[in-house]
Each structure stands twice: as structure tokens, then as C-alpha cells.
Design a protein around this ligand. Sequence first.
Ligand code: 6R9
Length: 635
Amino acid sequence: MNEVNTNGKLEGDVYYPSQEVIEKSYTKDYDSMYKRSIEEPEKFWDEMAREYYWSKPWDKVLDDSNPPFFKWFVGGKTNIVSNAIDRHLTTYRKNKLALIWESEAGDEVRTFSYYALNREVTRFANILKGMGVKKGDIVTIYMPRIPELQFAMLACAKIGAAHSVVYGGFSVESLAERIEDARSKVLITADGGFMRGKIVNLKQIANEAIARQGTIEHVVVVKRTGHDVHMEQGRDYWYHDLLGMPIINQPCETEQMDAEDLLYVLYTSGTTGKPKGVIHTHGGYMVFISATYKYIFDINDEDRYWCAADPGWVTGHSYIVYGPLIQGATSFMYEGAPNFPYPNRWWKMIEKYGITVLYAAPTAIRGLMRFGDAWPNRHDLSSLRLLGSVGEPINPEAWKWYYEVIGRSKCPIVDTWWQTETGGIMISALPTTPLKPGSATRPFFGIQADVYDLDGKPTAPGEEGLLVVTKPWPGLMRGILHDPERYKQQYFGKFTTAYEAGDAARKDKDGYFWVIGRLDDVIKVSGYRLGTAEIESALVSHPAVSEAAAIGLPHDVKGHAIHVYVVLKEGFSETETLGEELKKHVDHEIGPIARPEKIEIMSSLPKTRSGKIMRRLLRARALGQPEGDKSTLEE
Ligand code: 6R9
């Protein structure tokens, strides 16, 4: 249990919620509800799960007979789409807006009620069925930020197929290896997407990726940009052509799934080698994300909620698509870049659509903060009642700007710590929690988080250690696709009974968590998660490079930026254009998000005697810090 100093005043710089916020919140008393959820977790999750539709109730809330392979709501049957769409169609929500979308050029606005969303998802589901997609298949989705991306995800879930969404900013090799690992036969993509007024050529990237692997049989292509693309006869179909087929408008039953059936795979970067396919299910994931969404954002029918992440990352899966739809919320989605064409783009849309809740990454906040207060001050942001932060620690300076300038010192900030693997938010303030800038505050109901030292003992208040979760929760991934052993080793290998997140953290006297950052070779660049191994492998696939090492160094806006060190092959020497060429090569293989900030050519890389690159040493040298223990360094 998290011991908390509740007697006295909280320590440090504390922001208390207003009476108005407390009155409107679902949670008047966090402490007693948290205590109850921890003392009787199964009873707590049972109650939470009862808020949703199940075609067959569960026999057992938690099966923990084979840790760390936990099962939730065992024997229960549902489909996340039964809750995200179907159940709203028999209520007043049928004609409520589910989604408002604005194009980057600002010339198009599309809106969908729950009724219209159901129509679009049903049509897409019928297309997939017509292509032979069946329960258990994994469909890869590679799309720009347009409504059809959401329709495609929901259509897969509706017919019992799993989706694997690959972020539209990824490029050829990233897409190819994800399709290959998921063994997808069907790919859903678009001719292209718009970003900063330019076309991102998704179809061409998809064509190249398909040529590198051999599983894709059919491709559905949504027309977004209208530029010329190569369509392979017999393999590629335009979505708008398929929509013209008569069977498309037939009703489509939502397949009832076992609670533990696969909902999606989402690839994420880890310490070593290839990205791993994190898997989530229909039952436990659904209950966890919708409960966190409801309580952390205090969501109700009047809200206009905007999560400015990309649906291609876990934040988008849980808190753009599934969480908001299950709660019957109205969401806003914007296609393009935050400062396009001017730095007031976000603020302008908040005013235009009356956004009440904004959930964004610190990197975006810092990026917009750079342009000064005049841009947001030109707009009426008084519709906002709550702000959220996700993806990396938010530095107090950005926190205060977000709080004072965007939230006009009236909106609480919920700083939400979680991971692809955790499914949903784990540590976060609720709107009624007293806030400390830079701290994600306290665990959500039912979550037992702690900070351990290397021996698995809780650290003393203020002392740094490893962030762990000591009891299972329904949103925890069910494993890594095709690799159960890796799941067990990586997350439960160190402390067999506790989930190890890979983050460093400390807990203060008030039980507040302060997440410091990754302990492994994962770099968070602008909130995007990348592995040094992926960047290095992209670099060595260039003909001039023999070895490469990538590290993350602090960056004012991006949080961390990628710096790489490369050793050239015999016969190659540094030229004026080589650095630029290598950056372009990384763009082409992984995507522009992985583009190195700086490339340095070296004659050799520092390694341990067993041959491992000492990235720690490279980092210390780059930062001008003490080099620490060098006893294992190879001479
Ligand atoms: C949701 C998401 C997970 C890693 C995680 C941690 C970092 C996320 C954070 C945060 C401090 C927060 N992280 N939220 N660090 N404060 N509020 O980002 O998932 O892409 O899997 O990344 O992101 O380092 O371990 P994912």
C-alpha cells in the first residue's frame, strides 16, 4: 500500500483544485476510493466492468493461477465495439456527435454522430469480410490522421479481427517488419497524407514495404490527397470503389468475443532488436481504459474532448478511439501540425469548437510556448476546464505556462504516466488532486505502484529507484506477439512478482510519484518512443556504415534528441554530404521522427570487453559529465 502523509499539509509547490472543480467531479474522496480498490481489487474491477455491455457475464474476475500470464473477466463475452458504438444507438447518444474532424488546410470539417459512425464502420467491416478477413487475423493499418483511420480500427474489432496500426510517420523498413511480424494479409492505407502543407507519400512507402516482405494479398487505399500513385492490379483497391458495391450497406453483426480474445497488436520499441508487438484484449483492456478515461478526465456529455496525439500510438488507441467512444464522448481530431500555418492553430480550434478538455504531449506544449503568450492570448480559451499531459515528464516551466496561459490558472493539469504495455493510465492526478508541477501524483484506483531499489525493496521517500507495479490490473498487456518468454523475462524477470516499467522514479513523503525517465535504450523523442537498436540498424544498412551507436541527449523542445556516432567501412571517408545522406537514409528506413539531430564520424566506438557499445560513456562525454566506471572498457 502506498503510505501517504495525510496528516499535515503537502510538501512543496502545491496547486489545490477550486471548489467548482470538486463539485463537478466524479471523485470527491480519492483516498477512501483508492483504499477500497486496493483492499478488494476484484470487487472493485467487477463493479467497474458492470458499467458495460457483456453478452455473457464473466465467471471469474481475475485468474492469477499462472503469473505473470493473468486473465481477466474469464468466461465473459463482449466486443469493445458493442460498447464503443452499438450500445449508444439505442439511447439519446445515437444522434450525438462522436467525432469532429478538421483538415490541416482548414478547408474541410467532417462530423459523425454515433449513428453515422456506425454506418461507416459497418461498411468498412463488410469490405474486410468481403476480402476474407476473419476472426483472429491481424490487419495492418497505415494511415494519415483522418476519420477513416478510426473507421478501419473499429471495423476490424467489430468482425473480431485484430488491428496493427503503424504510425503514419514511420517509413519503409518500420512498416515492412511490422507487417511481416503480424503476418498480415490485408493492409489498409491511403494515397497520402498532408503534413505542413506537403504530401507524405504513404502509398509509395507501402508499395516499397510490401516488396520487402511477402504476406500482403490485398490493399485498401483511401483517397486523401488525390496525387498520382501506383496501384497494383488485383492487389490494390480504392476504398471509394469498394464502397460502391451493393453488399457494403448490409447490416453487420458485431462478433461476440471472449474477454481474453485479441483486440490489437501495437508495436513498440524496447531495449534490443526489433520492435515488439504488445497485445491487448477486448475485455480487460476495455474496462481499464474506459474507467481511467471517465475518472481522470471527469468526462460527461457536455464535453468536447481533444486528445492531440496520433491514433497510431497507444495514447491514440486508448484515449482518442476506444476510451472516448465507450464513454459516449464527443471528440475532436485535427489532421496536421500544431503550428501550421501559424502558431495559433491549436488555440484557434479550441475557441472555434469550444474544446473543454485538451490532452497533449509536453513537447507540443514546449514547442508552442516558444512562440510566446501573444498567440494564445488572441483567443478565447475559456471553454477549457481540464488539461492533460502524456508521453514524457513535463518540466515545471512548461507546466506553469500550460497552467497559467492556456488554462488561465483555472484548469487542473492531469499529468498521466503510463505505457503501451500498461494499456491505460497508471499514475495520474484526478481533477480534484492537489497538484505538484512535474509530478504525475498518485496511482489510479486499483493500481499498486511503487519504487524499488535493485534488491526489490521499496526506496525511502525522495530516493531514486525503479518504477514497479506490484499487483496485476486489467489493462496490462497479455504478452508480446509470438514471444511469451520475452514478456516474462523483460517485465517480470527482475522482480518475479512485480511488473518493472523500465523507468526511473522517486516517491516523495506525500506518496507522489516523480518519473525521471527511461533506464534502458529507449529514447523518447518529442514523446515518440524509439529504440537505439532500430536507429543503429537503419544506419548500418547504409553502404558506407560499418557500426553505429545512438544516444538521446536533452533537448529544449523535443525532450530528447538523437545523436549518433558512426564508424565508416573501409574505403569510405567523410564527405561534406555524407551526414545529410545518412539522415535521409534514416528518414527513408524508419521515418522523419528518427532523424538524428547530429552525426559524428568516429574511428572506433567505446565498447566493453564483451563487445557491447558503451552508450553511457558516449552520453557522459557528450554532456561533459564524469565518465564513471570504465573498468569494463576495452582498450
Ligand atoms: C503513453 C506512452 C512509455 C514511456 C514511459 C515513460 C514515458 C509516458 C509519462 C512518461 C513521465 C509521464 N512517459 N508518460 N514519463 N511522465 N506522464 O507514452 O506510452 O509510448 O509506450 O511510452 O513514456 O518513460 O515508460 P509509450
